[in-house]
Write a protein that binds this ligand. Sequence first.
Ligand SMILES: *Cc1c(COP(=O)(O)O)cnc(C)c1O
Length: 366
Amino acid sequence: MINVTQPYLPDIDKYKSYIDEIYANGWVTNNGPLVQKLERKLADYLGVKHLLLVANGTLALQVAIRLLQWRGQKVITSPYSFVATTSALVWEGVEPIFVDIDPLTCNLNPVQVEKVLQTRTDIAGALPVHVYGMHCAMEHFDRLSQQYKVPILYDAAHAFGVTYQDESLLNFGDISILSFHATKLYHTIEGGALVFKDESLYQQAKQLINFGIDDKAGGDIKTLGINAKLSEVHAAMGLCVLEDMPHILLERQKLWQRYHEKSPEAIQIIKIDNATQWNYSYFPILLPTEGNMKQIMNKLASENISSRRYFYPSLETLPYTNPDGNLTCPIAKNIAKRVLCLPLYYGLSQHIQDKIIGIVQSEAKL
Ligand SMILES: *Cc1c(COP(=O)(O)O)cnc(C)c1O
C-alpha cells in the first residue's frame, strides 16, 4: 500500500549511537541533554529565539492557549485546518469563532477578520493557520493585533523551515506552534514545539509543561501545570532527522516539481510567491466537484495508493462547535469537499508517482 505520507527513518546506526548515549548517562526524560541540544539546534536551524520542545503539537496548542488566558472567551480561527486546531480550543474551554478563508491561499481571510473585530468587542484573540506551510497575511494580522489588542497564536504545524522575506514564519505573532508528528515534514516520532516572541511567556511555558514546578524557586508550585515534556528517545530521533533535512528537502522538492509540471494547472492549489522559501510539504489538488475528487480517490485506491482529504470537513461543521455563534464559511466548506492530497514523501518512487500523475491526468474533469 502506498500511503499519502511515510515517516522518514534515519540511519539506524546513527540513532543507536544516540540511544547508547542515553544509556550511558541514564537520563531518559525531564529536560535531558538531548532535548536541550535539540532545542538549541532547532532554534538555530529555524532562526528563532525562544523555542520550547513539547510532547506533541496538540499539547503545544493547549499550552499556548493557557498562556494567553483564553479560557471562557471567544477566539477567531480558520475552519480550514486539521481538527486539532479547533479541538484544542474547545478542549481548553474556548469558543471558536470561525471566519472564512481566502480561496487563493486557503488561509484565514484578514478582511473578514477585520470586519468581525470592528463589529464585536468580545473577541480575545486569533488562531490562524499557515495551511500547507503557505504564509498567512501576517502584516495585516499584525496591524489588527495592535489595533484591537488581540494576541495572535499561529498554528504553524505545516510551516517548518518556511521563510517569508528571509524571516521565519515562526517569528510572527505572539506564539507559534509546530508539530513534529511522524507524518509531518520534520519529525521526532511524536513531538512539537512552541516559539515565543517574548521571553516572559517562554519562561512561564517552561513551568507549565512540567506540572507548574518552578525549578528556579527550589521546586515551588505557583501555577497550574501539565505534563507536556518530550523524552530523550524522541529528541534522539529529532537530532537524526534534523541532520538529514537538507537531503530530505531536496528530494521532496524534486518530487513536488514533478507533480507541479505534470498536473493540470487548473487543479493546483499551492501558489508560492517570490518572497517565500517554501518547504514542499504537501501537494493538494482541487477538483471541480466532490464527485470527481472521490472518483480520483477511488481510482488511486484501486491501485493501492491512498490519498487523503486534507482538509475535510470544514471545522465549523464539527458537532462540538457552537452553530449559533458562528458565521457561515461557504468558501472553506466548498474547498474542503473538493480537495485531495496526493502522496508526497522522501522515498516515493518515480514509477509510483508517474502512476498517480497518470490517474490524475486521465480522471480530472477540467
Ligand atoms: C498535525 C497538526 C496538529 C497536531 O499536531 P500533533 O503533533 O499531531 O498533535 C495541529 N495542527 C495542524 C494544522 C496539524 O496539521
